[in-house]
Design a protein around this ligand. Structure first.
Ligand SMILES: O=CC(=O)O
Length: 338
């Protein structure tokens, strides 16, 4: 008598084979930081391109009919070439807040939804932005180096820093992260103003439509916007000149938002006072000129990485993928012109 192959007869491996596939183009940093198992689900299975010997296009073509979604991360491009190999994909989820590695117009053209890290990192990124500003103003890292090098005893106290309270701070990009930065700086007694694509009806901070005018009226600029064609090199020579020799800049957005070559020249010539940078144009390669600058604080693109937020991220990623596969609304769908 024939035995029907019911679900309960299937091995765990066979059941896994039947699950919809979510393709990974690169291991997201969060996997190694909090463990891949935090992203596991019984509703989908990961397919890892990097575990296969096959060239990427061959791997994607071989599995194209079972791949329903892509899980991406900052720096792992999801471009038209990849999307055209995956006709069944209906969702791109990225573990990052930024979406500059995703070809958004191509996703829209193909009716593919996009979900990002939503607001899970906003507090951590805002904390680091303020941390970098305090560090560069009060010379925390520079003083640390001074003490460690034994210079305190030899030469006396290190140069004094500059006071945070009362500083006129300009937020470039008043999205969720920018707003969290603004709230923190207000609490420190700073005067806050901002530039954004649009004036925000829910805040009373002065709005500058023009980033050069914002810089001219600020002691520090905090770059919090996303990277797009509009914002690439938005912080250029005229903006840096407007910020002036007493002015500081903090960047927790993306390196390419600042014209880095110009910033280096301005720092070398004393045309701006200092910088706190978590992001760079050519990561992980950082311009050597920065290494010799005591008025620059460097951080290796780590603003989002706390275990607490990554835990929240894993729930959000799994929630988005499961919602998509069960036709439920996404938890953090990216909507254009946010
Ligand atoms: O830079 C990190 C992110 O965009 O999440």
């Amino acid at each position: 008598m024939g035995v029907s192959n019911t679900n309960s007869d299937k091995t765990q491996e066979e059941e896994q084979q039947d699950l919809p596939k979510v393709v990974l183009l690169r291991p997201p940093p969060a996997f190694s930081l909090i463990g891949e198992e935090s992203f596991a689900s019984n509703k989908f299975q990961f397919l890892k391109t990097y575990d296969s010997q096959l060239p990427l296009d061959q791997f994607l073509s071989t599995h194209s009919h079972s791949i329903k979604a892509i899980l991406s991360s900052a720096g792992a491009p999801v471009n038209a070439d990849i999307l055209q190999l995956l006709p069944e994909v209906g969702l791109v989820v990225t573990t990052s807040a930024g979406l500059n590695h995703v070809d958004i117009p191509e996703c829209r053209r193909r009716g593919i939804k996009i979900a990002n890290a939503g607001h899970v990192y906003s507090d951590d990124v805002a904390d680091l932005a303020v941390g970098l500003l305090i560090d560069v103003l009060r010379k925390v890292s520079a003083s640390d180096r001074y003490v460690r090098q034994g210079l305190w005893a030899d030469k006396g106290n290190y140069l004094h820093g500059s006071k945070l309270g009362g500083k006129r701070t300009g937020i470039v990009g008043l999205g969720n992260i920018g707003y969290e930065v603004a709230k923190r700086l207000e609490a420190f007694g700073c005067v806050v103003s901002y530039n954004s694509r649009k004036k925000k009806p829910y805040v009373s901070y002065p709005f500058y439509h023009n980033v050069c005018e914002l810089a001219a009226n600020c002691d520090a600029l905090i770059i919090c916007c996303g990277l797009s064609d509009e914002t690439r090199h938005m912080i250029n020579k005229p903006v840096l000149s407007a910020l002036g020799k007493e002015g500081f800049i903090v960047n927790i957005g993306r390196g390419d938002i600042i014209d880095e070559k110009e910033m280096v020249s301005c720092l070398m010539r004393g045309e701006i006072a200092g910088a706190g940078l978590d992001v760079f144009e050519n990561e992980p390669n950082v311009r050597k000129e920065f290494f010799a600058m005591d008025n620059v604080v460097l951080s290796p693109h780590r603003a989002v990485f706390t275990p607490e937020s990554l835990k929240d991220l894993s729930q959000l990623v799994v929630g988005n993928l499961e919602a998509f596969l069960t036709n439920e609304p996404l938890l953090s769908e990216y909507v254009d012109n946010e």
